[in-house]
Design a protein around this ligand. Sequence first.
Ligand code: GDG
Length: 474
Amino acid sequence: MARLVCVSNRVADPRKTEAGGLAVALSGALQAGGGLWFGWSGKVLDIEGPTPEDTHVHLHQAGNVTLATLDLSQWDHDAYYLGYSNAVLWPVFHYRLDLADFDAGYIEGYRRVNQLFARKLLPLLREDDVIWVHDYHLIPLAGELRALGSRHRIGFFLHIPLPPPQIFAAIPAHEWLARSLFAYDLVGFQSEADLQHFNHYAAIEAHAEDRDGDGRRWRAFGRTLRTAAFPIGIDVEEFDALATAHDATEMYRRMREEYSRRQLLVGVDRLDYSKGLPHRLRAFRELLRRHPDNIRRATLIQIAAPSRESVDAYGDILRELESLAGSMNGDFGELDWMPVRYMHRTMARRRLPGLYRAARVALVTPLRDGMNLVAKEFVAAQDPEDPGVLVLSRFAGAVEQMRADAVLVNPYDSTAMADAIQFALQMPLAERRRRHERLMDGIRRFDVHWWCRSFLDELAAADAEESGPDWLRL
Ligand code: GDG
């Protein structure tokens, strides 16, 4: 069996579930046959200018997985990570051209770090390795590896949305980014909507040839690229184990005790403008105005885990949230009841299932999201006999799988969202159970193992010869 090499911006010890997110997602696949995980160490070197060429790759063995990481200079970190990745690609891919900072010349740093990754990774590779690159930080990596002579099978998965061509084409280097994607053998997206956006771009802007007329194999720049949607799932067993362990059950017990006479609503997100947190609070305020039976009864616990605080746009959203939560509590709060409990803090992952399970309703209302795993975790944490209801934004990738059984909302419409929350709060038990059962079926079927397997099977099926040796034209 070929060895799997994963490359992502950050690397985590696959044996520690505390890491969550990508670590949980990839650990199964890496541990199954042993593998290599390559990325940035998270450390920033206190030196001037670019990361030195002779910078050391730290190797660390975690069971049968080798972790290979490198440190970045402050300059490279600022341009590649804070700059191009998080102040250009993140906002544009989330449809926020207004927040993108195109002028700062970050692209050089982005390209330089991708070249450095390629040069440092190549000597660690074996001939028959299969390489799986993750997310927007590393779009040019396959092109850089191929420029150094790599003939490996290389796949790419985009965890965030891909916007329509009209938005993508606003990036000054969009042609280069698109060409870079053609250096892969397979590019996977979270949703059919993202795949359609890529296909439109490939046809209209890149003048690629649709090989089979079904939008799954594209020929351009002397290469053939496969594309498909692989909606990411959660590790249901791992999550079950967390949910039944002491910390989660204790959390559940405490929450039920504290809120025994109230209806609890929950939101758990990284503090990010894509997650629609101010819109969510405004809709909750609207709920209290339009449906006053919730006054003194409903409490929204919103966890906003700190994230990328040195990017400007994040400071603005933090202030807006604090002021909204404060004014809502000031306007509606009573001595013995506050409508909003807002916490700008990370909550321990092992306690999260207890919080989810104690809530009658989850508000997962991003303005735009690749998938959104909180939606799936919330459903997986419920008591099937008395499950809570998922209120889900129509702009989360998860909606393609959960459309029929979540309560769908448009986060920009606070009145309609308030009514939808009220509908969720009042949903009879039989309907809650019916919806939960169907959602759970989907979550079990399309779990994280399905996601890994289907991506890697499709990558294995990509014919290396057919992809084309013409990588030098990139
Ligand atoms: C990107 C895409 C896509 C959140 N707060 C806390 C905490 N979390 C955990 C959740 C969940 C994860 O972080 C968040 O995952 P999401 O999917 O919601 O969002 P992103 O971080 O934006 O991830 C997204 C994902 O990649 C996977 O492909 O779904 O669309 O944007 O697991 O539980 N974990 C802990 N404390 C918190 O306070 N421990």
